[in-house]
Design a protein around this ligand. Structure first.
Ligand code: GDP
Length: 375
């Protein structure tokens, strides 16, 4: 992605006005509007040490700029971001990472607002991140609406960051994961990662969190809510939202039904039987029960060792996924491969070559040129 495009994406946080519109030192960045947090005028470039100190001293403006650095696709930003992460790594890990998924309109952001404000009031530090692949496709974001979570955004202990954009979902996942680590280093002890319940991104979020919560509503139809067995199998709890007014009884009975169903499935987390609860984000009822359940989950998995074991495996999985991603990227941007793909496609369409032979040819071209280049 070109730098100017990178500079326009991923800055829509409604918490930190100061990061809108540009990267540090990037050509074409608009004049900074940093509110009361930093002096007016041109934003100065930060050194690695500035970023480090800013993050560990919980300066939200600098945290936001550090995330911007992580989200940037410019190679020199990548280098600095990685150095920063390396430096911060010993300070990471001290949080509970919670994934929250559900179809648009189920009430994810309302639940995050209710849960987040309650936790902030109890002196937790809450970071909200979003993984929203729609933003990289349409440049519009399902999760990026600035009017959401206004109350939580005003709280001192909160940090809200909408989804990074740019490139494939894998890229978004890397950025979200690194942003999560940065938030942990800054002392956020509850990380809420919101995602829209469509396809692959639920799996991606599952692979980076400790606890995965599925938000459902009654009457939407299980098909509509993507309620295939697979989705239930990756969650640690279901919450049926909008349990208020006339919907209170149906929501409670749906929760009981889901609890029964969950009983028969292979649990996502060894030693933990997922349960379904009902809540109303609007009336703020049942929200504490969600937190109690998460606490219980934490205690159970901590004492069994499953909690730490999952985190270790997630790191390995992440690393090898990145290898796959980067190899794929290299393969398809390889000159020789790119050159023969059009004719190979034609040969395939007209049955002149078998699929397996086509793959062999592609890999041969890739290997040959690569080997030729070696000293
Ligand atoms: P999201 O797209 O999943 O993040 O859903 P939102 O949190 O934006 O909520 C979608 C709509 O449902 C909004 O109009 C909310 O006001 C409404 N809503 C959210 N939670 C509740 C609830 O507990 N009860 C009722 N009655 N409405 C709710």
């Amino acid at each position: 992605m070109p730098e100017d495009q990178a500079s326009q994406e991923g800055f829509t946080t409604h918490v930190m006005d100061g990061v809108k519109g540009g990267h540090d030192g990037m050509k074409g960045s608009p004049p900074s509007r940093t509110g009361t947090r930093t002096p007016a005028g041109k934003r100065r470039n930060l050194t690695l040490e500035d970023y480090y100190q800013g993050v560990i001293n919980r300066d939200r403006t600098i945290i936001a700029r550090a995330i911007t650095l992580i989200e940037s696709n410019a190679p020199h930003h990548f280098e600095t971001a990685q150095e920063l992460l390396q430096k911060l790594l010993p300070l990471t890990g001290n949080s509970i990472r919670i994934g929250i998924s559900g179809v648009p309109g189920a009430g994810k952001s309302s639940i995050i607002e209710a849960l987040g404000t309650s936790l902030c009031s109890a002196d937790h530090r809450v970071a909200v991140l979003a993984v929203d692949p729609s933003s990289s496709i349409t440049k519009g974001s399902i999760l990026g609406d600035k009017t959401r979570m206004a109350e939580l955004a005003r709280m001192e202990n909160s940090f809200i960051r909408p989804s990074p954009s740019g490139g494939m979902l894998g890229g978004v996942a890397r950025k979200s994961r690194e942003t999560m680590l940065l938030c942990e280093a800054a002392g956020y002890d509850v990380i809420l990662i919101e995602t829209v319940g469509v396809g692959q991104n639920e799996i991606t979020v599952r692979s980076m969190v400790d606890f995965f919560l599925l938000v459902l509503i009654t009457g939407a139809g299980d098909e509509l809510q993507g309620m295939k067995k697979g989705v239930m199998e990756i969650c640690d709890a279901i919450v049926v939202n909008k349990a208020d007014g006339e919907n209170l009884i149906p929501a409670r009975s749906a929760a009981a039904d889901y609890t029964n169903m969950l009983h028969y499935l292979t649990p996502a987390t060894a030693g933990w039987t997922p349960r379904a609860l009902a809540c109303s984000a609007r009336d703020r009822t049942g929200i504490d029960d969600i937190w109690d359940l998460i606490q219980e989950f934490r205690r159970t998995t901590d004492s069994s060792g499953v909690f730490q074991e999952r985190r270790r495996l997630q790191v390995l999985e992440w690393v090898f996924n990145m290898v796959t991603e980067q190899l794929t990227e290299r393969f398809y941007s390889h000159d020789g491969v790119r050159r023969i793909i059009p004719s190979l496609k034609e040969d395939l369409m007209s049955d002149r070559i078998s699929p397996t032979m086509a793959v062999k040819k592609l890999l041969e071209v890739y290997d040959r040129v690569r080997i030729d280049r070696q000293p």
